[in-house]
Design a protein around this ligand. Sequence first.
Ligand code: PNS
Length: 160
Amino acid sequence: MSTAIYPGSFDPITNGHVGIIRGGLVVFEKVVIAVLGNPRKDTLFSVEERIDMIRDSIDMSDGRVEVDSFDGLLVDYCRQKGARVVLRGLRAVADFEYELQMANMNRHLHPGVETVFIMANDAYFYVSSNLVKEAAKLGGEVSKLVPASVAPRLYAKLGR
Ligand code: PNS
């Protein structure tokens, strides 16, 4: 079975992420959404909250999507899951350099793992978790940019 690991902070999941997951399911039989447990930066939501929001946003009924968390090196997690593909989304050119560095670092650490990119849906190319959080914090309306269950949790977390 072809399995891709889709890693990220998902703090919180956005409609951009949902589009990448849908795209991943066109190409791969299974997509494992791997939520980073110990990010460099502080997250607004706990790992459990981020996983809950993902589960509420994705149709998991056919068993082709799994949601999990990981700590440590992504390539070690790939080994543990027996997966050879990392799935990532690409938005604007600005993503490219960071993604190129990560893909090559991962290839250096484990040559058996390849990164495959899916282009972001142009409706959401400008959407990132960080911008959504910033806009929401400052009173902006972001409910069209995130799955339905995310906006209320975001506003509640920010005391709105
Ligand atoms: O959604 P993000 O924050 O852009 O995702 C970044 C992520 C989680 C994919 C990246 O930080 C990662 O893979 N972290 C795990 C640590 C690791 O393996 N680092 C070496 C590869 S660069």
